[in-house]
Design a binder for this molecule. Structure first.
Ligand SMILES: C[S@@+](CC[C@H](N)C(=O)[O-])C[C@H]1O[C@@H](n2cnc3c(N)ncnc32)[C@H](O)[C@@H]1O
Ligand SMILES: [Zn+2]
Length: 267
């Protein structure tokens, strides 16, 4: 891991800054980093592990499932294309609508999974990648392994961190865009996760949250009813009651043929 990645992080136990210690120097891949109070964290394959407090039993079950499906995840989600009448990768590419037309942009994909959102960004901005400072976090080491391999293969530079959305190990006021897709419906602490996403955004920064949930119109159709019957996640409504009070300009739209909600708000 490198100096800019380290500088973006914080100790998940005490919130203090982190530094390299004797066992790991900048640009090395394996060793330990330490905070100003002496809390020690491991780095493996360039990915620091900053999970604290230990995850609950319920979350651990989800993560074990994600670890297991990581290698096949991209293939599994392709089923959504035919079933929902969408092109998931093209839909992800719509993320470009939120990117300023010029200048540097710091983005984090919280729960990055297999890295599909940043690959979609790469498809749109191949010749401008130099202006992006990309970070990805996930609690599943299996997912991080898959996204790391994908980014390395495609020469997309992303700083990856093993961490939990309930205590994101990043500095406050850091990102222009905080993106989350696909996990929040099953998070055990939805308000906590949204508060954390808001905390790491810069003042004026954007938070974008996308997950399964049919639009009010689609719910009334025969197709919509069949989708919700086949997979109860699609019956979830956008968690607007849990958006932090400090959030500004909250907007909800429906994407992916009205089968996913998209909440966008500003800090
Ligand atoms: C359905 S996948 C979505 C992955 C990716 N964002 C996408 O759009 O394809 C949900 C992701 O959330 C991650 N996740 C679940 N609980 C988490 C937590 N507490 N903190 C961080 N990530 C978590 C999982 O490991 C998994 O990668
Ligand atoms: Zn510490």
């Amino acid at each position: 891991m490198n100096e800019p990645h380290l500088a973006a992080l914080k100790c998940p136990r005490c919130g203090k800054k982190l530094r390299f210690n004797g066992s790991l120097e900048s640009d090395e891949k394996n060793g330990e980093i330490v905070c100003e109070k002496g809390h020690i964290w491991t780095v493996a394959n360039g990915i620091p592990s900053l999970v604290h407090p230990p995850i609950t039993e319920k979350d651990a079950k989800w993560i074990a499932d994600y670890d297991k499906m990581a290698e096949n995840y991209d293939e599994l989600v392709l089923q959504y294309n035919d079933w929902l009448g969408i092109d998931l990768m093209k839909e992800r590419e719509n993320f470009h609508l939120f990117i300023p037309i010029e200048g540097p942009v710091r983005i984090i994909d919280v729960s990055i999974g297999t890295g599909a959102n940043f690959m979609a960004l790469y498809n749109q901005f191949k010749d401008q990648m130099g202006r992006f400072n990309l970070h990805g976090m996930d609690l599943s080491t299996g997912m991080l392994k898959v996204s790391n391999a994908k980014f390395t293969e495609n020469k997309v530079t992303v700083s990856l961190t093993h961490g939990s959305v309930f205590n994101i190990p990043y500095q406050k006021n850091f990102f222009d865009i905080v993106l989350h897709s696909g996990g929040i419906n099953t998070f055990s602490d939805i308000p906590g996760s949204l508060n954390e996403m808001l905390r790491i955004a810069k003042p004026g920064g954007l938070i974008i949250v996308v997950d399964e949930g049919l639009s009010p119109q689609k719910r009334e159709t025969e197709e919509g009813k069949a989708i919700m019957k086949a997979n109860a996640l699609f019956a979830v409504k956008p968690p607007l009651e849990h958006i932090p009070e400090k959030a500004k300009d909250v907007e909800v739209t429906y994407v992916m043929n009205e089968t996913f909600y998209q909440i966008v708000f500003k800090k």
